[in-house]
Design a protein around this ligand. Structure first.
Ligand code: FAD
Length: 572
């Protein structure tokens, strides 16, 4: 297998599944040279393909190397510094940033391909690059002109890196428990408090979520009254800010990614967005980070799959390569389909985010060259509803797939997969964190359920049915199964609505069912333009629609006493 960091699934999506003409028309009117723009995207990813191969080679064998704290400074292992430098020299560290500040203004779809590729090459390095564009993007959206001029070109050049400081010992999933305080003194802002588990905490710019002193007691326990503060390690006048890295954690994986405890001792900062409404601004960054972590999970899974596949081809037992054993073949195929399905959901969600960004830009502009504004406004609102729903689903499935695929990767390696030096084991140790940070899988499932209850479920099912109808003639057998899956979901809904805690109990099953039908339609759309994808689509539909039916029947049964039984089993 060629190394294919710029994966054929990415190429297919860029070539056939994005309406670039409409995207550029909305974004820029008739000015854009469509072919030239998309060719530039392809050429950026082709350049990355080569760099990532080089980064992967440089990282192999260095997985155990830890980040160190030396005289208060965070020092990353050499393979991380070298990988970052390779990307920095190529000008590829901050792709989504506006060209006015030195970025490429690349669509989210392309950025997620970039993050997937870097993650596959060295996932610890990816954590730093994921934050680079995310933090810069938040400054671009919520910062004053002065802050943008001061920091963004340095993000684009790679001189500065960033981190997001949310978590505190008592405030993990529940950010309403944040106690770090920000105080306004004569128009200046000062932060006091401690944060933990901060990825890339040694970087030059911290985006800190802190509780505003003016409403501290009233807002306690809620995400209201939080402000988003940009705290630079070096203040604009050149003096050092009062930010200390108190500790660097050692972890079970992503050893090359710095995870830090940070102390703010009346550190000066600058407000981003509205005072007391920082959670809203941080949500933008968190949503972008969720898309990034989904891509990270897929990158690790792809690396693990390739390693397992080549091992299964080489390893002979009972006189033949183990890949010929039906159970091994089945495990590998499940891994491949799992990755394809997570990709399908992520790529189409990214394409929808990009189109919606372009719609927003058009609606804000005074132009009228891209269609009826009222209709486009409706499309914008409908897309936003779907994006709020699909973003947590992407994070959930991309990272759960990473955990499953890497676990199977160990299994395929047998005993050698369990040895400390096993790369298969390293991938698994790295993959697990993706289901925890940027909101755990349980939190993603709960977010998605909340969006479903606000109507996104019906919008998504309706849109999927419409897509399928257009495919009925071409793939009658496959679409029949998926239509049946959608019907099963609809039938299960009354059972779900009997009791809110019963709905929460089933949140992951509902997410799985929704992902499966949406992905099934997407894989068929891909098969329509590339017949070589048909087999994967059919296999996916056969196995997953049976699961949809099973989950739906279980939910439909509506056994609301289940939670009570769990309470008793656990002796609570
Ligand atoms: C390596 C690493 C890097 C990190 N990087 C950053 C960073 O850069 N910035 C930052 O701010 N934070 C970061 N974090 C923190 C991370 O985001 C949190 O650890 C994560 O959100 C979970 O919070 P917690 O650890 O407090 O777990 P808890 O919130 O205590 O959750 C424990 C368990 O309870 C479950 N749970 C909690 N509430 C619910 C609920 N309502 N419904 C269902 N289940 C629930 C969770 O799913 C989980 O299984 C990082 C963490 C790690 C380990």
């Amino acid at each position: 297998m060629a190394h294919e960091f710029f994966h054929p699934d990415m190429q297919l999506f860029i070539d056939h599944r994005v309406d670039w003409a409409r995207y550029f028309q909305l974004l820029r009117g008739t000015e854009a040279d469509l072919e030239a723009e998309v060719d530039t995207y392809r050429s950026i990813l082709s350049t990355l393909d080569e760099i990532c191969e080089d980064i992967e080679t440089g990282a192999l064998g260095h997985w155990h190397e830890e980040v160190r704290l030396v005289d208060g400074k965070v020092v990353v292992p050499p393979h991380i510094a070298a990988g970052y430098e390779k990307l920095r020299k190529a000008g590829l560290v901050c792709l989504t940033l506006d060209p006015a500040y030195g970025g490429y203004g690349l669509p989210i779809l392309l950025n997620s391909h970039y993050l997937e590729m870097v993650s596959r090459a060295d996932t610890s390095l990816m954590t730093i690059l994921g934050l680079q564009a995310g933090v810069a993007g938040d400054i671009q959206k919520y910062g004053s002109d002065a802050l943008k001029q001061q920091y963004l070109p340095r993000f684009a050049s790679g001189e500065l890196q960033g981190c997001m400081d949310l978590t505190e010992p008592q405030a993990g999933s529940d950010l309403g428990a944040i106690a770090t305080r920000v105080t306004e003194e004569d128009g200046r802002y000062f932060v006091d408090g401690s944060k933990i588990f901060i990825t890339n905490g040694g970087s030059g710019v911290h985006l800190v979520l802190a509780r505003d002193g003016a409403t501290y007691d009233q807002s306690k326990g809620t995400t209201n009254g939080l402000s988003l503060i940009l705290c630079p390690v070096e203040l604009p006048d050149g003096t050092r800010n009062k930010i200390t890295v108190a500790r660097v954690e050692t972890k079970m994986g992503i050893h090359g990614s710095p995870t830090c405890a940070i102390e703010f001792d009346h550190a000066e900062g600058f407000l981003l967005g509205e005072r007391g409404n920082g959670f809203r601004a941080m949500l933008d960054l968190m949503n972008q980070a969720r898309i990034g972590v989904a891509a990270q999970g897929i990158g690790i899974a792809e690396a693990a799959f390739r390693k397992a596949r080549s091992y299964a081809l080489e390893r002979v037992q009972f006189g033949q390569p183990i890949i010929q054993q039906p159970l091994v073949k089945s495990m590998l195929t499940t891994m491949a389909l799992d990755i394809k399905s997570a990709r399908a959901l992520l790529y189409r969600t990214c394409a929808m985010i990009d189109l919606t960004d372009a719609l927003a830009a058009y609606l804000k502009s005074g132009r009228d060259d891209a269609g009826d504004r009222t209709k486009l406004q409706e499309e914008y609102e409908r897309n936003m509803q779907l994006i709020r729903f699909f973003t947590p689903l992407c994070k959930y499935i991309g990272t759960e797939v990473a955990t499953r695929v890497t676990r199977n990767g160990i299994q395929i390696h047998g005993g050698i997969g369990y040895m400390a030096e096993s790369v298969a084991g390293h991938y698994h140790s790295d993959a697990i964190i993706t289901t925890i940070y940027e909101g755990t899988s349980e939190i993603q499932a709960s977010f998605a359920l909340r969006e479903m209850s606000k109507g996104a479920l019906f919008t998504a099912l309706e849109a999927t049915s419409e897509e399928l109808k257009k495919l009925d003639d071409r793939f009658p057998e496959e679409t029949r199964h998926v239509h049946a899956g959608i019907q099963a979901i609809n039938d299960s809904l009354p059972g779900l609505m009997t009791d809110p805690s019963y709905a929460i109990l089933n949140a992951k099953h509902v997410c799985d069912m929704m992902i499966d039908v949406v992905v099934a339609a997407e894989l068929l759309l891909q098969a329509e333009v590339d017949p070589s994808k048909h087999l994967a689509a059919t296999s996916f539909i056969r196995s997953r629609m049976a699961m949809v039916d099973m989950h739906a029947k279980r939910i439909q049964g509506g056994d609301v006493t289940r939670l009570d039984r769990y309470t008793k089993i656990l002796g609570l």
